[in-house]
Design a protein around this ligand. Sequence first.
Ligand SMILES: [Zn+2]
Length: 235
Amino acid sequence: MLCQVFAVVEVLSGVHRVDGVNANTYIVDYVDGEKILIDTGMPRSIQKIEHYLSQIGLKPSDLKLAVLTHCHIDHVGCAAELGKRFGIKTLIGEEDSHYVTGERRLPPPKGLAGVGFRLFGAFLSFEPFKPHATLRDGESVGKLRIIHTPGHTPGSICVFDAETATLFSGDALLSSKGELKPPSPSFSLNHREAIHSLEKIMDLEVENLCPGHGEPLLGGVGRKLGLAYEKWKNL
Ligand SMILES: [Zn+2]
């Protein structure tokens, strides 16, 4: 099958963003030049990920792990298939693991988005899977540190590379038009908790942000977040 050609987007040295898989999927160095995936995009995105990897001289089986920032379909959609076809092990925040095995279901989003989910929910499902392991706050995956940032989902995590002060935030912190954006109120299980979790991120002095949605932001993110948080904390 023909595959649309996507440009190689090396966001930072050793960090690639795979475009067009909604949400952003990143290919990241985690130890000794070995690479992992952070998130996996929507179901049926594997061909795009595979194609991107081929453009940088890799194949899916070169990736050892996929760290999943949370259990939503646009982040875990290809996890089951990546495991079955290429032996890629999946890691997810402890409190989200029951939602990807199918043991538990999250309530639908709030507001209009929830109406859409009720109507089209049958088309918005992913193949359940058992994660290889679960992750807790403060654990490391190679050089990457896991930060538990609950609220968007109970087990939402961010992944922090202290060497480059780069944060892979999933949906815990987003960007839009060059600005930081808070997690979505309608898609977050506990929006107040999601905002409160950003305090943990402020402690990290983040320079660069690779969000689950929106463009990566390079430089000065910690300072911007400090300013934005003052507005968001009363949302
Ligand atoms: Zn999400």
